[in-house]
Design a binder for this molecule. Structure first.
Ligand SMILES: Cc1cc2nc3c(=O)[nH]c(=O)nc-3n(C[C@H](O)[C@H](O)[C@H](O)COP(=O)(O)OP(=O)(O)OC[C@H]3O[C@@H](n4cnc5c(N)ncnc54)[C@H](O)[C@@H]3O)c2cc1C
Length: 283
């Protein structure tokens, strides 16, 4: 059985990082999931003038300050993408494909980069559709795999999977140069629908249809209601109260995922409120 953490923070943007440092100050056993950039939105910001104490910084500079801060507090980001979270009663099970983490409380700080699921994506999730290609790659040895990549990180996953799959199609949802192995076929088209019977067998795009055994949709984040079944949403945001508590006990949310304004300091503030309430509920 895996260790059971007091608090699991999902997302490494300002909301998640602020939650993590406050949990650490309160001496809780925490884990934070995210990536080494912390947040694509952070490193892309050209100039930030509204984060108190940091005038005229670039996103990259602010990221460096965040990095030093968490390093000094001995917080490490677990670079894994959580695919699903199930409320089990007195704890949550966090799934990264075959792996499971357990936590008594969770803070959702996943940002707001999900976009509408493709038709069939939710229906075939776990039946040929996945969100972590490298995790599931062994299942697709000698099979046809299609990766719909929303960011450059997806290219690394595609390269890895192409070593196992018989055919790998890469559908980039962004413009740029792609660093892909030669055996990968790039298709510049728009996915419309994932179709199949018991499992996925085709991907329909605007201009063509391909046969495929698996489709991986690699985006920065998936919709919170897909991530946590039963989570109440309000329009496209997670519904929270003033304690940043969601409709699920011990499940909190903070940052852009709870609603506008989409700003760093609002995200950080919410991360703090969420985690302090989570800590209070634990004791
Ligand atoms: C170009 C640009 C400029 C901006 N300029 C400013 C500005 O000047 N001032 C300002 O206040 N705001 C600015 N913003 C807005 C700001 O970036 C956001 O409000 C802020 O980043 C929100 O923080 P967050 O922690 O809620 O989410 P995010 O920063 O989006 O971080 C969420 C993180 O969680 C990760 N994640 C999501 N799902 C999972 C999962 N299942 N498992 C693991 N990790 C996951 C994501 O990959 C991401 O890294 C700007 C945004 C952009 C794009």
């Amino acid at each position: 059985m895996s260790d059971r953490y007091d608090i699991a923070v999902i997302g490494s943007g300002p909301a998640g990082l602020e939650a993590a440092i406050n949990a650490k100050i309160r001496n809780k056993n925490i884990i934070i999931f995210g990536n080494k950039d912390f947040s694509a939105k952070l490193v892309k910001a050209p100039k930030i003038n509204n984060y108190l104490g940091f005038y005229n910084v670039t996103g990259k500079e602010l990221k460096k300050h965040f990095e030093e801060h968490i390093k000094k507090m001995e917080i490490e980001i677990t670079e894994e993408r959580i695919d699903a979270i199930y409320a089990m009663g007195d704890y949550f099970a966090l799934m990264v494909n075959q792996k499971t983490y357990e936590a008594k409380s969770i803070i959702l700080a996943t940002g707001m980069q999900y976009g509408k699921p493709i038709k069939g994506e939710e229906e075939f999730l776990g039946k040929g559709v996945g969100y972590c290609a490298t995790c599931d790659a062994p299942l697709y040895k000698g099979k046809i795999v299609t990766i719909i990549g929303y960011n450059k990180e997806a290219e690394e996953e595609a390269n890895y999977v192409s070593e196992l799959a018989s055919t790998l199609y890469y559908i980039p949802m962004y413009k740029g140069e792609y660093k892909l192995n030669e055996n990968i076929t790039v298709i510049n088209d728009n996915p419309v629908e994932i179709v199949g019977d018991d499992r996925v067998n085709k991907l329909v795009m605007k201009n063509q249809t391909i046969e495929t055994d698996g489709v991986f949709v690699l985006k920065d984040s998936i919709s919170p209601s897909q991530l946590v079944p039963g989570l109440e949403m309000e329009n496209e945001h997670i519904k929270v109260d003033r304690k940043m508590q969601t409709n699920i006990k011990n499940c909190y949310a903070a940052g852009d995922c709870t609603g506008k304004p989409y700003q760093y300091i609002k995200a950080a503030g919410e991360g703090q409120v969420a985690v302090l309430n989570a800590v209070e509920n634990l004791s």
